[in-house]
Design a binder for this molecule. Structure first.
Ligand code: SF4
Length: 359
């Protein structure tokens, strides 16, 4: 096991922060990350407080349940109301949607079960052959291979997945295309990079002339990634680099990528707060349609509401506002009773800021 203690050493952290100050030379630099775990590291360890004021760290769309479109959650709720067994990660069942959530449906008698992995959902299907069992599969490139492997293994016929799986690079394309969205560098997500590799971000970095650095999840990882971004800026370079070399390879995980290609195709997908993003979602291939809840069940058309009145998740997800700028933060909306999706899971920016005491 890797000893992570050196990656939390405050002496080194301060030294890198000083170097960041010298490298940035007072220029205003805006660095965006697209990973809830990075926001957790940055906030929990107070990294913003040791950086010079001219370096701004912004959280983008990096929380899978936050960007899960209301229409997907509404479909999951409809499946629960049909009487099927619904399985999901714990944060997903709390995500508020148009008029309910899976946890509310469970309180009304629906069979909604929390699992730690899709493999557990398959075991539930095997143990309940008389029932349909559906796994609500929200996530990014990181969790998609776990679903691909179960589809390819051949689960029982009563098992299917409602996918809400997202691909990160197209969301970064949307961010840079937004008017007024200034970004000088991206900290690219370590988990996602483990699967798709740092090479996957190179075309984006070069096309938009924005340095990208994949970072790990310890405080020194993030600081080092910022230092590497500043070096690229100062050298006039814009490419995809790797700070997280102890885990991430330039080419990523080729076995996982092969499984993803076999089980899924990529098409347009709705993101909560961002609308439909071209080629940004994994969908189950036709040959596995019997395990695709979207193909298997008839859903009644409903007008899904992505952002409930007063919630500013779409602005939080785009890094346009801080969570505390939402009037509902810590009042109507708390981790115990989340009103918007960004307050639900441990990767949600509002939840992270709430737990850090940013009231
Ligand atoms: S505090 Fe709650 S209501 Fe406000 S933006 Fe965050 S999740 Fe939405």
């Amino acid at each position: 096991m890797i000893d992570t203690r050196p990656f939390r050493d405050s002496k080194y952290a301060k030294a890198i922060a000083q170097e960041i100050e010298q490298l940035s030379e007072g220029k205003n630099i805006r660095i965006v990350h697209v990973c809830g775990t990075h926001e957790d590291t940055i906030t929990r360890h107070g990294l913003r407080s040791i950086l010079p004021n001219n370096i701004k760290l912004v959280a983008g769309p990096g929380c899978p349940v936050c960007v899960c479109a209301a229409e997907d959650v509404d479909m999951a709720i409809e499946l629960a109301r049909m009487g099927h067994i619904i399985t999901s990660f714990g944060d997903m069942i709390q995500v508020p949607s148009t008029s309910s959530s899976l946890v509310k449906e469970r309180m009304r008698g629906a069979d909604v079960r929390v699992v730690y992995g899709v493999n557990e959902a398959v075991e539930i299907a095997k143990a309940n052959p008389e029932k349909d069992v559906i796994f609500i599969g929200a996530g990014f490139e990181t969790t998609a291979p776990t679903m691909a492997v179960e589809i390819l293994r051949g689960p029982p016929d009563n098992f299917s997945i409602l996918t809400s799986l997202k691909v990160i690079p197209p969301a970064m394309e949307i961010l840079v295309s937004l008017e007024g969205f200034n970004v000088d560098g991206f900290i690219t997500p370590g988990h996602v990079s483990t699967i798709i590799g740092t090479n996957a971000f190179r075309p984006f970095a070069e096309k938009h002339r924005v340095p990208c650095v994949a970072a790990g999840f310890e405080p020194l990882d993030v600081l080092e990634a910022i230092r590497m971004i500043l070096n690229q800026i100062n050298d006039g370079r814009a490419t995809s680099e790797n700070e997280y070399t102890r885990v991430v390879k330039p080419e990523g995980n080729l076995v996982a990528q092969k499984m993803l290609r076999h089980a899924f195709y990529i098409d347009d997908a709705p993101w909560r707060g961002l609308g439909v993003i071209k080629k940004s979602g994994y969908y189950i291939r036709d040959e596995f349609a019997r395990h695709d809840a979207r193909e298997r069940y008839d859903f009644s058309p409903i007008e899904s509401i992505d952002i409930l009145p007063g919630c500013r998740c779409h602005e939080v997800i785009l890094g346009m506002i801080e969570p505390k700028e939402c009037k509902l933060f810590g009042k109507r909306c708390t981790p115990e009773d989340p009103y918007g999706p960004c307050m639900v899971g441990h990767e949600g920016t509002c939840r992270i800021h709430h737990e850090s005491g940013a009231l």
